[in-house]
Design a protein. Structure first.
Length: 315
């Protein structure tokens, strides 16, 4: 019994020492394609970490979500390789078979970073000035309204399918090769509804080319002042936002996880960093590791049902 107690105490001391020495070398944050939101976010955080602890933090771009996630999942759990990515991490298992990782086992949550709502858009030709109007119109003409979205399983696609399920409407998806072509389809009259990112939507709303009905966050968003939420406009409980977070490999020591969280959160909540993210259409939501884990589990349970019901598969 004494031996076991000593072993536990020794492990705790070693873990504490490791945390005290950490970081002792350069770190890397893995993200996907250069110029994408994950890449921009990773570079903002890397710059802050480099300044704060005086060691270089590089951003390493790896093409394809699965490749980037697998790379970090298989990295040494020493806190020197991190992943910054969004909800694809935990939703891909519902859309693709035989993934080479388990999001709840092979990755360790560090902190939430940002969330980005979409905006429900319709062109001026659609007689709807509110979400309630849109629902009434869709119910009066089942299958007559089309919505445009980019890649299968993307946040706008899932936002629309969640809306269909919770509002009880039949609107038909028209897939495009990306968000920009989908928005062009809305502007050109090919589709009548779109769930679009705020930065892409805002110029067209201001120019009167499209009408914004609501934001998809649970509460009104400072990213689009004055616009109500879908939840407050006829679909209680509705929420669909793009969520991003930082992860380490599975089995990363608790002491290192705590240290990483303590280093990254101050970077995120700095006023100039918040402003940078706001300009990119995102709100900072720094968190504890436990809060990120709870978010992952909740979103897997909630959105997994929507994905299965709609038969969504990753393209």
């Amino acid at each position: 019994m004494i031996w076991k107690c000593c072993a536990v105490m020794l492990a705790a001391v070693i873990g504490y020492a490791d945390a005290q020495d950490y970081p002792a070398k350069n770190m890397r944050i893995v993200a996907t394609a250069p110029g994408g939101f994950a890449d921009v976010s990773a570079r903002i955080i890397a710059q802050g970490l480099t300044v704060n602890h005086g060691r270089t933090v590089i951003v390493e771009n790896r093409g394809g979500a699965t490749f980037a996630i697998e790379m970090v999942a298989k990295a040494s759990p020493d806190g020197y390789t991190l992943l910054l990515y969004g909800s694809s991490i935990w939703l891909l298992p519902f859309m693709r078979d035989n993934l080479p990782y388990d999001p709840l086992i092979d990755l360790t949550p560090i902190t939430l970073t940002t969330r980005s709502p979409n905006v429900v858009l319709v062109p001026p030709t659609v007689q709807a000035n509110s979400v309630a109007d849109l629902i009434a119109l869709a119910k009066a003409r089942p299958g007559a309204l089309n919505y445009g979205s980019g890649l299968s399983g993307s946040t706008p696609h899932l936002a629309a399918e969640l809306f269909k399920a919770m509002a009880g409407v039949d609107i038909v998806r028209v897939p495009y090769k990306g968000a920009a072509p989908a928005l062009n389809g809305l502007l050109g009259g090919e589709v009548q509804v779109m769930f679009a990112a705020v930065p892409a939507a805002l110029p067209h709303v201001k120019a009167g080319r499209v009408r914004a009905l609501a934001v998809t966050s649970m509460q009104p968003s400072s990213l689009f002042p004055g616009l109500p939420s879908v939840a407050a406009s006829g679909v209680p409980g509705y929420e669909s936002v793009a969520i991003f977070g930082v992860f380490a490999p599975g089995k990363t020591p608790v002491t290192v996880v705590r240290r990483l969280n303590q280093e990254i959160v101050p970077v995120l909540v700095a006023q100039e960093v918040k402003q940078k993210f706001m300009a990119s259409g995102a709100e900072v939501i720094a968190s504890t590791p436990a809060e990120l884990l709870a978010t992952v589990k909740s979103e897997m349970a909630r959105m997994g049902k929507v994905i299965k019901a709609a038969g969504i598969r990753d393209e």
